[in-house]
Design a protein around this ligand. Sequence first.
Ligand SMILES: C[S@@+](CC[C@H](N)C(=O)[O-])C[C@H]1O[C@@H](n2cnc3c(N)ncnc32)[C@H](O)[C@@H]1O
Length: 231
Amino acid sequence: MNTPEAFFVNSWNVYNKLVAHNYMFHREIYAAVERSLGDGPARPFALLDLGCGDASRLAPILKRLDLAAYRGVDLAGPALALAAENLRGLACPVDLRQGDMLEWLADDGERYDAVFSSFALHHLTAAKKQDFFRRCAERLRPGGRLLLIDVARDEGQDLPAYLDAYCGTMARDWTALEAGELDFAIGHVRSYDLPETLDGLLGMAEQAGFTEARRLGQYTWHHALSFGKPA
Ligand SMILES: C[S@@+](CC[C@H](N)C(=O)[O-])C[C@H]1O[C@@H](n2cnc3c(N)ncnc32)[C@H](O)[C@@H]1O
């Protein structure tokens, strides 16, 4: 299957392995996300998670927060089945939808206090990323926040240079993966990853009407960002 979600449908165990070894800095990044979400509104809040995958890293955090509702959207059906397991016990309504996040954003009639998206945006073209920011702003209540985790190119680094650098790091440091798993992961990155620079992402957010951009953490090319919609 030649699609961005194929890696996660066919090889969720590979993704789990690289998360378990913290190769994409999930540990530090999700600690920053928990601090940021814990800083949010005092009342229970509604969260939309775009490209939620199996929600395995977010679920334990959500269980410690005062959530009114959780909705997760992902292209990969098998990941959503795992998400349902991981989110079991959450003390709020949980709604999981299979589909494309941009299409979902266009059709969704709900309003949210927070939109969260982790390591999914970089698969979209620049035009679609801009659309993503615009539609997220539409879905958020006034004073709501977009929490974005994603990879970004260094300033001045073009896509081929980024891909060479990122895949070079994978080949050197992701030693827990079997050779076949590493080849598969590198093939996925080279085929589907289209990260912007950090300034590019900040500019898109500003153009979509977000006023308050915060950098929650950066670990090599892996960023955690928060964008506020004016109250
Ligand atoms: C790298 S995984 C991240 C999973 C989880 N959010 C995390 O941070 O561990 C990327 C996820 O985004 C999903 N995805 C990619 N493009 C998508 C799109 N256009 N719409 C919905 N989901 C998408 C994939 O199926 C996959 O589950």
